[in-house]
Design a protein around this ligand. Structure first.
Ligand code: GMT
Length: 376
């Protein structure tokens, strides 16, 4: 099949899911066309089945906001025409599903059918999409997609309760390539961040307010009183400065390392002992899955779809949002007891394997096939 994928070319979340999906589909013989405003960060392995089409938005002084949706929908039309695309898969409703619909209409005008599959990722629904200023357009775009998928049951429920949806939504969870990780044999340079006797606690995110990065530091503050440890704060975003201030004020500067954005996620997780994700909202929590495949137990909140990924007492522990004391207590329990630590490490790995890419890709292929069969 010839599949065009529209996504945000970002470091985490939906951008990673879309890129890994496209890559894996290309390995299964499909021809994949990425349409984005920048080459996706993880699209480092181009092959003969992967093509990249950049969306250019010419700047014009008259416009306060440059019309990205317009440029995107035109680019989609051009790519579909030039490459005989069978299906368009857009990740993130805003504004991709909206632009997709416009492209579909333009193509219909010249007798070309283009089935649209929209995957909802989270913030496009729970945070931004449901804002009254966007709700009508998002509802319309979802209802006018040919197939709609969401990355968790929790997100499906949120979508159905926040919007007036007349489409059925298929839950297709996010995934991880188990093989890629199982065969990775690299030395773990733990000594570069921690002493031998120290435990390594890690958080990775885009440091937006909903990630509650201050809770991460507060949990660590309690843990390090009991257990010699280091905290790795990986990522960049608006709350970083507040977290850094907190660290300084509480004399934790020598124990907390702010590493910024990193392409070394596998290396960092390889020597992590605990992963912290106390988010206020999280449709899935892909990064928790990445930690789990590295056998890192996850201490998370129970927000959104996190409980569909991290199983309490099996792959880590879940607590109510903001309950830093309970999160710290659980982390200490794990780090103090070797048996408990090993049990959860194996549990995390076992759980992560359920989300292996080989179990998930056929679900998308089936949707593409159904979309194609019912096309125009
Ligand atoms: O986590 C983020 O803030 C990025 C965001 C995104 O839109 O890319 O992630 C969302 O999609 C990911 C991939 O499906 C999910 O794993 C994240 O849980 C989800 N984030 C939220 O729901 C806040």
């Amino acid at each position: 099949m010839k599949i065009a994928i529209v996504c945000y070319p970002t470091y985490g979340g939906s951008g990673v899911v879309a890129t890994e999906l496209g890559h894996s589909l290309s390995m299964r013989g499909h021809e994949i066309h990425f349409i984005t405003y920048k080459q996706p960060v993880r699209l480092d392995t181009l092959n003969k089945n992967i093509h990249f089409h950049e969306v250019f938005v010419p700047e014009y002084d008259l416009f306060h906001y440059q019309p990205y949706e317009l440029a995107l929908s035109s680019r989609i039309v051009d790519v579909v025409k030039a490459h005989n695309i069978d299906v368009l898969h857009v990740h993130y409703a805003i504004p991709h599903a909206y632009a997709a619909y416009m492209s579909k209409m333009m193509l219909r005008d010249i007798g070309i059918g283009l089935p649209i599959v929209t995957t909802l990722h989270g913030t496009d629904i729970t945070l931004v999409g449901s804002h009254p200023f966007y709700r009508s357009a998002v509802t319309f775009s979802i209802n006018n997609s040919d197939y709609v998928t969401s990355v968790s049951k929790s997100l499906k429920d949120d979508t159905e309760s926040l919007f007036d949806i007349n489409k059925s939504i298929d839950v297709i969870p996010n995934f991880i390539d188990v093989n890629k990780h199982a065969h990775l044999e690299r030395p773990c340079h733990r000594e570069s961040v921690a002493e031998n006797k120290e435990k390594v606690i890690t958080h990775i995110s885009n440091f937006r307010p909903l990630k509650r990065v201050k809770d991460v530091v507060k949990v660590f503050e309690i843990v390090q009183r009991d257990i010699p440890s280091k905290l790795l704060m990986v990522g960049e975003g608006p709350e970083r400065i507040k977290a850094q201030r907190y660290v300084k004020k509480h004399n934790l500067s020598d124990k907390v390392l702010f590493l910024g954005k990193s392409n070394e996620i596998n290396e960092l997780l390889c020597y992590s002992d605990i992963f912290l994700l106390p988010s206020e909202k999280e449709s899935f929590g892909l990064v928790a899955l990445e930690a789990m495949i590295h056998k890192v137990p996850v201490i998370s909140s129970n927000a959104g779809g996190l409980s569909e990924v991290n199983i309490d007492g099996e792959s880590g522990y879940l607590s109510p949002v903001g309950d830093v004391k309970e999160m710290a207590k659980n982390a200490i329990k794990i780090l103090k007891d070797e048996n408990e630590f090993n049990r959860l490490k194996e549990g995390a790995f076992r759980r992560a394997k359920i989300f292996d890419i080989s179990n998930i890709i056929p679900k998308y292929e089936l949707i593409y096939k159904k979309a194609l069969d019912g096309s125009i």
